[in-house]
Structures are given as structure tokens and as C-alpha cells.
Design a protein around this ligand. Structure first.
Ligand code: ADP
Length: 453
């Protein structure tokens, strides 16, 4: 069948059944993204004011964390000079105050939980229970209307309210995002491509702070949900991971006892110890979502350097290397579903069969295209509107390789006790924004698949 027909049939089916998806638990990371489009003369003046020489030094070599304004401006300059993204933690209150006064142009929902809550609850109308480490007024205002709930205690009884109805004003967890376009000039430097520097004024998410409403009532919360998506473990380090990991393991045990499918959204985890530990507990998850960089980083800690290199060597990513890596990961951990996404195509390896796996990937590709096209998906009609975006032409060569290698038919193949599902994605030529597309893809595919079951 032609991909356009498969796309439209899959979308219709998922749309009709979204209402059947039960409550989804989303934990743990939510924050505020404050985006500032930097202005070159403003930046130059600020650099001169605090000492150009010192700032230049930090633009050669990034400091470990930000404890003074020179580190912040040096970090921004480091990113501009290389056209590369970087993220540093801001330890100092005066620097946090400096950034606050410098201001922002735009506020956006940040953190995987926040982004997925707005999509699942605010767009798909699926009931979600979200973990929001700190519910400030500003944070609450970034939630869309819809069935999005946070637990709260009233007379020691657990209740669920929309974040906007949560009584109390907690801390603002702000990730300051300093964006610059390609060709952006500061002094004699010119950015080779557009990118951003992130200064993280957030003491909660990086340490995976878990609210007492969750830790003390997790059984009761788990009794109310049918699916769970876990994210936000990527910022942990070998110094701080052990306590949160204990709590996460306890949560996973409670969810596993109730046979609630749990998806892990695997964002890039720089700390190798933590990455290894994550692979170690992957068998407690039903499903995992990742891109090529993340899959390669997992192969590295599993001792599969050659596969890791192959994953990063080609554009589009070599699908045979991806399948090889997914089989290693599935065999090595027991995780039942692996959803891989890259620019141009998605693959899912499952230890069960069914067209719903492929159809959910198609639905996710539409959601991703809508997000790329509009920046923000407002309603399900926006997703339908992405049907017009053409299917990526380069994916044909990927499909041909998979057909030759594994006998793929209509995007589905059987191999070694697993099912492989493939879809070519729709690619938006001039995307409005690509922030959070990965989260959109993974959560849409995961809940889409359960809608179709
Ligand atoms: P992020 O962490 O920013 O969400 P990911 O790498 O996890 O990034 O996800 C990015 C994914 O978004 C890619 O794998 C690709 O499938 C999809 N994508 C990127 N750009 C576009 C685009 N212009 N149109 C459609 N999909 C895109």
C-alpha cells in the first residue's frame, strides 16, 4: 500500500480511539524555558563591562558551572564561536538575578513532562497526572487547559487539580536559553550555525527532586493510571544518582506489580555511570524511546564501539546498524519495545506483533510534522493538517535496504522472535521550531499504540 494511504488510515484509527486511553502518569521533569534572542551590541557591552579578557578565556574553555557573570557571558560566547549548544548549571544567586534582569523574549513550557502533558492532555484530551517539581504561578500558567492534573493534599487526603488550581506559589525553575542565528557576530567572531547556550537556574530537576505527594502516595497514584512515561533522568551524575535511583526503582516496582506499561524517554545522558545504570534497569520498563546519538551512547557503555560508530557514520542513519543495535539492547535488557527515531524515519522493535505498532509510528510522525511546522500543536486538527507535508524521499533507500535485508512489507518484518516496524517520516522543509520534537514523537507513538490495542 502507498504510504499516504497508510498515513491517513492510521491517523483516523488513532483519532477515533484516543478517548479510550486511560490515565497516563508523567514523571519527573518540568521547568520553565525562558528564551532570549541575544543582541550583538548588547552582548558586547555586557562583556566589556565585566572584563573582556576574562570572558574570552571562558569562551576558550567552558567552566564547569556558572558562579560569576564572566562564566555566563563566556559560555554564551563559547557557543557562538562554535555554533554548538552547551548547557551549564548556575550556582550563584547574583548571576541568577543578573539573568532575570537581563530578561527574556519568550516563555515556554520546558522539561519532558511539561511538554508531554501539554500534548497528551492539552491536545489529545488524554487524562494525565504530572509530576511538577515546583508549581509556581509562572510554571502553572504554561500548562494548557485540559485534563492535566497534579496531586495535592487536602486534609491529608490526596486530590487531583489542574496546576492552575494548585494553591501556593513555589519556586521558579528557569532554564535560560540564549539563542543566536547563523552568522551572528560578536567582536570578531561569527557563529557558523544557529544554536543556543543554556544556563540552568534549577536546583530541583538536575537532582531529580521528587515531591512528597508522589513519594508518600505513589501506590494510590499508580492505582489510578493505565500507562506511565518516565523521563528526566538524563541530568543525574555519579555523585547524585543513587538516592533518586532508589526511589525510581521503588516506583517501577509498584507499576510493574500492577502491570502498568512504562515507557522511558531516554534523553542524552552525559554521565557514563548513570547511563550504565539506566541500561541496567531498562528491563523494568516496557518501552524505551531514543534517537541515533542516544542509541550510539548506549552501545558504547554496552561495549559495542563498532556499532556505535556505524550509527553515527551515515546520513540517513544506516538502518541495518540500527536494527543490530536494537537487537543487542532488547536481548541484553529484556525491554519489550524499542522506538528509534531519526531525521527521515522511525523504527520500532517489539517482542510482540501487530500493525498497531506501525500505525502508532505514523500517527507520531504526523504529530512531529505538525510540531515542526507550527512550533506548537494546538489541537488534533493541526495534526491532521500535517498530512499535506510530503513523505521524506530519502527514506525510500532506507526502506529498500530493509526490504532486501529483512523482507519488510508495508513497513513490517519478522526477525529473530521480534517484529520490526518501519515508517518514513514527513519532513518539514523550514521548521518553525524543533525543540521537544523527540518528546512529541515518543509520547504520541506510545499512547497511540495503546489506543489501538
Ligand atoms: P529533541 O531532543 O530536540 O526533541 P531529538 O533528536 O530527540 O531532539 O528528536 C528530533 C527528531 O525530530 C528527529 O529524530 C526527527 O525525526 C524529527 N525532526 C527533526 N526535524 C524535523 C523536521 N523538520 N520535520 C519533521 N521532523 C523533524
Amino acid at each position: 500500500m502507498a504510504w499516504d494511504d497508510l498515513y491517513s488510515a492510521a491517523f483516523q484509527r488513532v483519532r477515533e480511539r484516543l478517548g479510550k486511553v486511560g490515565n497516563v502518569l508523567l514523571a519527573y521533569n518540568t521547568n520553565i524555558d525562558a528564551i532570549k534572542y541575544i543582541d550583538s551590541s548588547d552582548l558586547e557591552a555586557r562583556i566589556e563591562k565585566v572584563g573582556k579578557e576574562e570572558v574570552l578565556q571562558f569562551s576558550e574553555e567552558l567552566p564547569e558551572r556558572i558562579t560569576q557573570v564572566q562564566h555566563l557571558l563566556g559560555g554564551i560566547l563559547w557557543s557562538v564561536r562554535r555554533g554548538k549548544a552547551a548547557e551549564l548549571f548556575v550556582e550563584s544567586c547574583p548571576v541568577r538575578f543578573y539573568m532575570k534582569r537581563w530578561g527574556w523574549d519568550e516563555l515556554r513550557m520546558g522539561g519532558q513532562v511539561g511538554i508531554m502533558a501539554n500534548l497528551l492532555g492539552g491536545v489529545y484530551g488524554v487524562q494525565v497526572i504530572a509530576h511538577v517539581p515546583q508549581i509556581s504561578r509562572l510554571q502553572a500558567s504554561l500548562f494548557k487547559e485540559g485534563p492535566i492534573y497534579v496531586p495535592t493534599l487536602e486534609n491529608r487526603k490526596l486530590k487531583f487539580v489542574h496546576p492552575k488550581d494548585f494553591a501556593g506559589d513555589e519556586e521558579n525553575l528557569i532554564h535560560y536559553i540564549y539563542e543566536f542565528p547563523r552568522g551572528f557576530r560578536v567582536f570578531d567572531f561569527e557563529a557558523p550555525r544557529e544554536n543556543r547556550f543554556i544556563a540552568n537556574a534549577d536546583d530541583y530537576n538536575p537532582n531529580l527532586y521528587i515531591r512528597s505527594e508522589f513519594s508518600e502516595n505513589f501506590e494510590e497514584i499508580a492505582d489510578r493510571v493505565e500507562l506511565a512515561i518516565i523521563s528526566g533522568l538524563q541530568a543525574l551524575t555519579k555523585e547524585n544518582y543513587s538516592e533518586p535511583f532508589e526511589e525510581i526503582n521503588r516506583h517501577l516496582g509498584i507499576l510493574n506489580d500492577r502491570e502498568i506499561p512504562v515507557h522511558l524517554e531516554f534523553a542524552f545522558t552525559p554521565d557514563e555511570t548513570v547511563r550504565k545504570k539506566l541500561v541496567g534497569i531498562l528491563g523494568k520498563f516496557t518501552s524505551v524511546g531514543l534517537n541515533e546519538v542516544e542509541l550510539a551512547s548506549i552501545m558504547e557503555v554496552m561495549g559495542e564501539k563498532a556499532i556505535a560508530e556505524k550509527l553515527l557514520a551515515h546520513d540517513p542513519v544506516d538502518p541495518v546498524a540500527v536494527v543490530e543495535a536494537m537487537l543487542k539492547l532488547a536481548d541484553g535488557t529484556g525491554v519489550q519495545r524499542i522506538h528509534f527515531h531519526t531525521y527521515g524515519y522511525y523504527l520500532a522493535l517489539t517482542n510482540y506483533e501487530g500493525e498497531q505498532v506501525r500505525d502508532a509510528l505514523l500517527f507520531a510522525a504526523l504529530a512531529a510534522a505538525a510540531k515542526a511546522k507550527l512550533g506548537d500543536v494546538r489541537n488534533i486538527d493541526d495534526v491532521a493538517g500535517a498530512m499535506d507535508v510530503p513523505v521524506n524521499e530519502k527514506a525510500q533507500e532506507v526502506e529498500d535496504v530493509l526490504t532486501g535485508e529483512f523482507g519488510l512489507k508495508d513497513g513490517i518484518a519478522q526477525l529473530d522472535g521480534y517484529q520490526l516496524a518501519f515508517v518514513p517520516t514527513k519532513i518539514v522543509e523550514k521548521p518553525k521550531s524543533t525543540v521537544g520534537i523527540g518528546d512529541t514523537i515518543s509520547s504520541s507513538a506510545f499512547i497511540g499504540e495503546f489506543a489501538l490495542r
